[in-house]
Design a protein around this ligand. Structure first.
Ligand code: THU
Length: 164
């Protein structure tokens, strides 16, 4: 038997001010777009904005439903829009922010498991890593160079095709 280890590194900035201009503007937009979230049940407003390889930006917010499991996260709203409006165009960077109406919004949160799987598929289908910028409305910012780092030992299309 052997032990194996998976580890990854990511960057943390004290605030948005430490980011370059392009990343700052993306995160500002993600914070701003939280206003368009439809989250009357959780009151946890999530905003995501992506910069695509063609220079376009696409955004998404969480869209909840009275039948709770029907709700969809901001990241997957964004990915569905990007896939339709800019088909096959890779996403370079996605900024994700949240505004918790019932608590603090001053530290980064990372995408849920279902969104990690969806983002991973998007990276796979466009053959391009997606850089993540994660933050609340204020405070620290986490930068993760490839979203797939958040989903080690992931299941993907290559497993389906595998003949092992
Ligand atoms: N949510 C997102 O939009 N993205 C995530 O990555 C985590 C959670 C939404 C789902 C739900 O509408 C609310 O946040 C509380 O879970």
């Amino acid at each position: 038997m052997q032990k194996r280890e998976i580890r990854f590194e990511y960057d943390v900035c004290k605030s948005i001010d430490e980011l370059n201009e392009s990343d700052q503007s993306l995160l500002e937009s993600a914070r701003e777009v939280t206003k368009k979230a439809y989250a009357p049940y959780s009151e946890f407003l999530v905003g995501a904005v992506a910069l695509l390889e063609n220079g376009a930006t696409v955004s998404g917010t969480n869209q909840e439903n009275a039948s709770y499991p029907v709700g969809i996260c901001a990241e997957r709203v964004l990915l569905a829009s990007a896939a339709m409006i800019h088909t096959n165009v890779p996403i370079k960077t996605m900024a994700i922010a949240y505004h918790n109406l019932n608590g603090d919004s001053n530290f980064p949160v990372s995408p849920c498991g279902m969104c990690r799987q969806s983002i991973h598929e998007y990276e796979d289908r466009t053959n391009h890593p997606i850089r993540l910028i994660l933050s609340g409305m204020t405070g620290e910012v986490m930068i993760i160079e490839k979203a797939s780092l958040l989903l080690p030992m992931s299941f993907g299309s290559s497993e389906l095709r595998s003949v092992k």
